[in-house]
Write a protein that binds this ligand. Structure first.
Ligand SMILES: Cc1cc2nc3c(=O)[nH]c(=O)nc-3n(C[C@H](O)[C@H](O)[C@H](O)COP(=O)(O)OP(=O)(O)OC[C@H]3O[C@@H](n4cnc5c(N)ncnc54)[C@H](O)[C@@H]3O)c2cc1C
Length: 467
């Protein structure tokens, strides 16, 4: 592995390879993630072009050294950890917007581009890239986890926004999955093969992304409910109503209470009802937004016998502040974590008709643990997270939390759901993936992996194992 690092140092510029212990630690461990590995890369390397990445891959492949791509490190299932050590390939210097085609509504970017920066840069054109995971995330990581976020209810997930990819394969070969038109039926859909592959099939060095028009008007509303069941049932009815919401999110009463004590100054401008709450976002033309708000208010009043008071943002600033309460929730929770404690966060999705049932069930299971546990999530597409704070030094508590998480996965599968709505598999959910898809399907994935990476050097130990 060191031999590979030394050879890579000869092709990259001077600051292209780091052996610094802090750098290795930062690239090998995540405070956000429950799934970490004790392994660390021997070096972190910083390519600046597709050619650099290709040369790195040729060296690592020849020397049979694991290659682990790294974007911003915000993934939460140990996706970029290095259980087999190797070379960590940090793509953050590949952060250029290569071509912007506003008339075609697409943009060609390098993988290290951050999605918030991209949207700021192209905002004057009236276009944006809709996926919104961690504000730190990069396009390469977002493609490779098939991420989504609060906008997925309206816009789908990352897979729906990738037109083509340039990918460096394990042996250094560079491929482009397709060209730039919005549609094609030419050949296998290789683009989708790499979306969500977590760097196990190749390294994305360029992506062409579709863009959406920035809505002319938006609005945000929050609605507290007497129970989580009432909130989840109403969410299901809103989804079925067909009224075009831009986003539909849920936070339980524990999350809401934290906003009052630990929220950012913007969020603490108001006192939040400490009740399970739905966050609704509307977008479209001004007339359409006004009509949607009126229809949703009537529907919620009817469903709840007027017991769930709406609060609508009155100004654009209040709209930003209300939505910040939802977007900052993970940061807010982390800020109140006692020293030495860790957060275990699940990510399951079920068919929407089963949403209220699984949220209720999860709340009951977690309630028995006697620890901080709270429900939050993108209920609009049947996806939610339960975040639990536990003390990893307490073996019994850790085991009980692990069992509760496993129970939620099993329950989601029983309901024909998935063990990963948006955080991918990493090292944390390999066993659950097998249960979700079965040996034959994993066998097909393994066959694809072996065909493109016969030496098993691309991010080994993730998604599924060699055998
Ligand atoms: C506060 C917070 C909020 C979040 N909210 C959401 C959310 O709402 N929705 C959501 O989906 N996720 C969310 N996430 C998770 C995370 O932001 C996403 O998984 C994101 O897509 C990861 O991007 P990244 O650049 O940090 O990738 P990394 O974590 O660096 O990498 C992710 C995976 O992609 C691989 N990879 C990275 N770059 C490349 C490349 N160029 N080629 C091939 N493989 C590559 C890595 O090896 C790894 O397997 C959240 C995380 C945090 C911390």
């Amino acid at each position: 592995m060191l031999q590979a690092a030394h050879e890579i140092a000869q092709i990259l510029s001077e600051d292209g390879v780091s052996y610094d212990a802090d750098v290795l630690e930062h690239h090998g461990h995540s405070d956000w993630s429950t799934s970490n590995s004790p392994g660390r890369a021997v070096a972190v390397v910083y390519p600046r072009s597709t050619e650099d990445v290709s040369a790195i891959a040729r060296i690592c492949s020849r020397l049979r050294v694991p290659m682990v791509p790294f974007g911003a490190g915000s993934s939460v299932e140990g996706n970029f950890s290095q259980p087999h050590s190797g070379i960590c390939i940090d793509l953050s210097f590949m952060d250029r917007i290569l071509a912007f085609h506003p008339d075609d509504m697409d943009v060609v970017v390098q993988p290290g581009v951050n999605w918030v920066d991209l949207n700021t840069h192209i905002a004057p054109s009236g276009l944006f890239a809709p996926m919104d995971p961690s504000p730190t995330a990069t396009i390469g990581g977002m493609v490779s986890t098939n991420c989504s976020g609060t906008n997925a209810f309206r816009y789908g997930t990352m897979k729906d926004w990738v037109l083509n990819l340039t990918v460096v394969l394990a042996d250094g070969t560079v491929i482009k999955t397709r060209r730039r038109p919005r549609k094609t039926s030419a050949g296998y859909n290789l683009t989708s093969l790499f979306v969500g592959a977590e760097g196990t099939l190749g390294i994305v060095t360029e992506a062409t992304l579709k863009l959406a028009p920035i809505p002319q008007a938006t609005s945000v509303a929050v609605v507290p409910f007497p129970s989580i069941h009432a909130a989840a049932t109403t969410a299901t009815a809103l989804i079925r109503s067909g009224i075009p919401l831009a986003a539909l999110e849920i936070m339980d009463e524990r999350q809401m209470a934290i906003l009052n004590t630990h929220g950012s100054p913007a969020v603490r401008k108001r006192h939040w009802a400490e009740q399970p709450t739905l966050f609704l976002k509307f977008s479209g033309t001004p007339d359409a937004v006004a009509a949607d708000i009126a229809r949703i208010s009537t529907l919620v009043s009817d469903l709840t016998n007027n017991t769930a008071p709406f609060h609508f943002a009155r100004t654009p600033q209040e709209e930003i502040d209300l939505w910040a309460a939802r977007k900052e929730s993970l940061f807010t929770m982390t800020s109140m974590r006692p020293d030495g404690y860790e957060m275990w966060s699940t990510d399951v999705a079920v068919p929407v008709s089963r949403l209220a049932e699984i949220i209720d069930w999860s709340r009951q299971e977690c309630g028995q643990l006697g620890i901080f546990a709270s429900v939050i999530g993108h209920v609009g597409d049947g996806n939610f997270h339960v975040a639990m704070m536990y003390d990893p030094r307490d073996a019994e508590q850790t085991e009980r939390v692990g069992k509760a998480v496993k129970g939620m996965m099993d329950k989601a599968l029983e309901m024909e759901g998935t063990v990963s709505g948006e955080h991918a598999i990493g090292i944390g959910k390999k066993g659950c993936l097998r249960e979700e898809l079965g040996e034959e399907t994993i066998g097909m994935m393994r066959a694809v992996k072996r065909a493109v990476d016969p030496r098993w050097v691309m991010n080994p130990g993730k998604v599924f194992d060699w055998q």
